[in-house]
Design a protein around this ligand. Structure first.
Ligand code: C5P
Length: 211
């Protein structure tokens, strides 16, 4: 049976997670945040002191992993993991590993009536035939301001200028990489998330009511 899928792509800190959670709750869809999987891999490589500049080391260690957590955590949201996740995500072997996890998640999960999946390449590469594709747009300055507030609120020390710099660097890495770069997927609807969340959800509701 073909499964109902909504994809959400967009740059770092564009609000994909919040939007995906909203859609998941309101339309009773299962949510998969693919960024968590890249972050979990980065965490594993960091703990095991893997030299991530060496592609052979990455390949050798990928085959050793037999289980990976899909759970979010405060630890994997830290800046060092964000940066490393973006760095390892340029490799095809890493992307194939994560894509397989996503395909299995959809294949083996029969309880929910569908899925909302967010990331950078979900509508363009991983689930090209999705029922609805969204691409989230937000200015880098607004993204940095929101991320700064999030970190401060959660008790982390943070410097706005550093966050903006990191966001711009991750954008560059995500957009310019050879494999599965961040692009607006063919057929995607652009969602402007510069304003209030209410404004964003209105745009989404309008689209979902048409399906
Ligand atoms: O979305 P999030 O910021 O949690 O993702 C962490 C990193 O993983 C991103 O900066 C990006 O480089 C990478 N990623 C990716 N493709 C995805 C999801 C995340 O390349 N589908």
């Amino acid at each position: 049976m073909k499964k109902f899928i909504i994809t959400i792509d967009g740059p770092a800190a564009s609000g994909k997670e919040k939007i995906a959670k909203y859609i998941s709750r309101r339309w009773k869809l299962s949510h998969l945040d693919s960024g968590i999987l890249y972050r979990r891999l980065a965490q594993i490589f960091l703990i095991n002191k893997i030299d991530t500049k060496d592609i052979n080391q990455i390949k050798k260690n990928l085959v050793k992993i037999n289980k990976i957590s899909f759970r979010n955590s405060k630890k994997i949201r830290k800046q060092n993991i964000s940066k490393l996740a973006s760095k390892i995500a340029i490799h095809n072997c890493v992307r194939n590993f994560v894509n397989k996890l996503q395909y299995n998640f959809v294949k083996n999960n029969n309880k929910k009536q569908g899925f909302v999946i967010d990331g950078r390449d979900i509508g363009s590469v991983v689930f090209k035939k999705a029922n609805l594709k969204l691409y989230i747009e937000v200015n880098p300055e607004i993204r940095a301001k929101r991320r700064y507030k999030q970190l401060i609120d959660s008790g982390e020390k943070s410097i706005y200028r550093k966050i903006l710099k990191d966001i711009k660097l991750r954008d560059k890495q995500d957009k310019l990489r050879k494999h599965s770069p961040l692009v607006i997927p063919k057929g995607a609807h652009l969602i402007n998330n510069n304003g209030t969340f209410e404004n964003t959800t209105k745009q989404i509701t309008k689209l979902l009511e048409k399906i």
